[in-house]
Design a protein around this ligand. Structure first.
Ligand SMILES: Nc1ncnc2c1ncn2[C@@H]1O[C@H](COP(=O)(O)OP(=O)(O)OP(=O)(O)O)[C@@H](O)[C@H]1O
Ligand SMILES: [Mg+2]
Length: 382
C-alpha cells in the first residue's frame, strides 16, 4: 500500500509542483492550503508524513506541527522554511519536527528528506513488531513457568497425600497387631477396615497417576450396554451405600451393544460417580445425599448421566474441572479424575457436558457413540 503524505502550503504554485514530485516518489498526496484545512484532512486520512510550510496565515506551521504531534506523536513532520525563519525553525525543533527543507525546494533534497522520514517509520514498525513478539514470548514463558510450578506443587501435594495414607495404613496395622496379640477381634476388625480403606485409596491414586503418566492403547470390544452399566453400578453403588449415600440407577434405556474399551470407560464413569459422592459429603446438613446414574440411547449414541445433590460448582470451577491437576480437595484429590475421564470419552469419539450451580448439585452428561474408538487409538494424554 502506498504511504499517505499531506502537503500544506498557502501558495498554490508550490503545492502543485511539490504534489507532482511527491507523487513521482510513490506517495498518495493530499494537499491543504492552510492549517485548518490541514487538520481536517489529517484527522480523516491519518497520513504518516506531513510536509508543511512554516509561515502561513492563520494557524502557522509550528502550531500545526504541535497539534499534529498532539493528535498522533508518531507522525513525521517535515518543515518547509524560507530565509529568516530561524526563530520558527528552532521552535519546530523543540516540537519534534523530523527535518527542514528550505525554499526554493530542490527535488533531490526533497526526496532524501522524505525518504529519511519513511525510514524512521519503518524502523518504528519493526521495533513494534519485535516488541510484540518479545511480549508474546515472555507471556509464553511465564505461562510455562506457572504450569511447571503448579506441576511441582501438585507432585509434592500428591506425595504429601500418599504419606498421609501411609500413616493411616500404619495406624491400621498397629491396631491389627495389637488386636492379634490380645486376641481382641473387635480391634482387629477396626484395624482391618482402616487398612482396607487406605489400600483402596492408595490404589486409586496410583492408578490415576499411572494412567496419566503412561501411554497405553485402547482395546475396544463390542459389548452389551446394559450389562456394562450394571457392572459399573454394582461396584460403585455398594461403596456409595457404605458412605451413607443413596445410589439410584436407571438403565432401562441402555439397550443393544457398543464398541468401547470397557476398562477405560468404566474408569471414566467411576471417576465422575466418585466425584458426585464427594460433592454430597462436602455439603453440610444434606439430609438425603443422593447420586443418580442413568444410561439411555439418544440419537444413536449412548448417553450417560450422573447427577448429585451435593455442593455444586460456580462458573469459575466449571471451567477448570477438566484441567490436569485441578482439584478443590487438597491432599484428598489428585485432580486427575476428570482430566482422565474427558480424555477417555474424547478418544471414544464422545464428549462430556456439565450443568451445575453452587448449592444445587451437579449433572454430568457423557455421550459415547456406539461405534467407539479406532483400533489401537492411544488412550493416554496427547
Ligand atoms: N459433582 C461435582 N460437584 C462439585 N464439584 C465437582 C464435581 N465433580 C468434580 N468437581 C470439582 O472438580 C474438581 C476436579 O475433579 P477431579 O475428579 O478431576 O479431581 P479430584 O476429584 O479433586 O481428584 P481425583 O484425582 O482424586 O479424582 C474437584 O476437585 C471438584 O472441585
Ligand atoms: Mg475425582
Amino acid at each position: 500500500m502506498e504511504d499517505k503524505l499531506l502537503l500544506v502550503d498557502d501558495e498554490e504554485g508550490i503545492r502543485n509542483v511539490l504534489r507532482i514530485s511527491l507523487a513521482d516518489l510513490g506517495y498518495t498526496v493530499f494537499t491543504a492550503a492552510d492549517g485548518k484545512e490541514a487538520l481536517t484532512i489529517f484527522k480523516e486520512e491519518q497520513p504518516d508524513i506531513v510536509l508543511t510550510d512554516i509561515k502561513m496565515p492563520g494557524i502557522d506551521g509550528v502550531e500545526l506541527l504541535r497539534r499534529i504531534k498532539h493528535e498522533n506523536p508518531e507522525t513525521e513532520v517535515i518543515m518547509i522554511t524560507g530565509h529568516g525563519d530561524m526563530d520558527l525553525a528552532v521552535q519546530s525543533l523543540k516540537n519534534d519536527a523530523t527535518d527542514f527543507i528550505t525554499k526554493p525546494i530542490n527535488d533531490d533534497i526533497l526526496e532524501i528528506s522524505v525518504q529519511k522520514a519513511r525510514e524512521k517509520i519503518l524502523v518504528r514498525e519493526k521495533l513494534r513488531a519485535y516488541t510484540a513478539n518479545l511480549e508474546a514470548l515472555l507471556r509464553e514463558k511465564s505461562a510455562l513457568q506457572d504450569r511447571l510450578s503448579s506441576l511441582g506443587l501438585r507432585i509434592s501435594s500428591i506425595s504429601h497425600g500418599i504419606k498421609g495414607l501411609l500413616t493411616g495404613l500404619d495406624g491400621g496395622m498397629y491396631l491389627v497387631d495389637g488386636g492379634l496379640k490380645k486376641n481382641d477381634s473387635d480391634q482387629i476388625r477396626e484395624g482391618w477396615t482402616i487398612v482396607k480403606e487406605m489400600v483402596d485409596r492408595i490404589r486409586k491414586m496410583v492408578l490415576d497417576i499411572l494412567f496419566y503418566a503412561r501411554e497405553r492403547e485402547l482395546k475396544p470390544e463390542t459389548i452389551d450396554v446394559h450389562s456394562f452399566c450394571q457392572e459399573v453400578a454394582q461396584g460403585v453403588g455398594q461403596k456409595l451405600k457404605e458412605r451413607g449415600i443413596e445410589f439410584h440407577q436407571d438403565l432401562s434405556g441402555a439397550t443393544g451393544s457398543f464398541r468401547v474399551d470397557p476398562g477405560y470407560l468404566r474408569t471414566a464413569l467411576i471417576n465422575i460417580i466418585e466425584n458426585a459422592a464427594d460433592a454430597c459429603q462436602k455439603k453440610e446438613d444434606l439430609a438425603a445425599p443422593k447420586v443418580v446414574f442413568r444410561a439411555a440411547e439418544e440419537n444413536g449414541e449412548i448417553l450417560f448421566e450422573i447427577a448429585d445433590n451435593g455442593i455444586g460448582m460456580d462458573e469459575e470451577a466449571r471451567e477448570k474441572i477438566f484441567e490436569l491437576f485441578f482439584s478443590s480437595k487438597g491432599s484428598q484429590g489428585t485432580g486427575l479424575g476428570l482430566y482422565i475421564s474427558q480424555k477417555v470419552v474424547g478418544q471414544h469419539g464422545g464428549s462430556i457436558r456439565v450443568r451445575s450451580q453452587p448449592g444445587r448439585g451437579s449433572r454430568f452428561f457423557l455421550k459415547v457413540p456406539r461405534s467407539g474408538p479406532e483400533e489401537g487409538e492411544s488412550a493416554a494424554p496427547a
